[in-house]
Write a protein that binds this ligand. Structure first.
Ligand SMILES: [Zn+2]
Length: 88
């Protein structure tokens, strides 16, 4: 009996590339809104951009308004919870 040739074996060693391009920076405003910057902080520094306007008109900067993404998400969830409570 002939052994069938496998044409699929070459596909076996695809490498998983660790993706870092999805990194982002979150700036939180006093009004509770957030501005999300896509990319690395170093990239924004290179662009000499460190002033971002919130929807309320407040100027945010990476240096003073940056927040941890996890913390911000939790705040947003809490905030939505409040809104739901008030709307009931
Ligand atoms: Zn704001």
């Amino acid at each position: 009996m002939d052994t069938p040739l496998s044409f699929e074996s070459w596909q076996g060693d695809e490498e998983e590339h660790s993706v870092t391009w999805s990194q982002r920076i979150i700036l939180e405003c006093r009004c509770g809104e957030g501005v999300i910057l896509l990319g690395l902080e170093a990239d924004w520094r290179t662009e000499k951009r460190d002033a971002f306007e919130c929807e309320c008109g407040e100027t945010l900067s990476i240096a003073s308004n940056r927040v941890d993404e996890t913390a911000f998400s939790v705040k947003q969830l809490l905030r939505r919870g409040h809104e739901a409570t008030f709307g009931a």
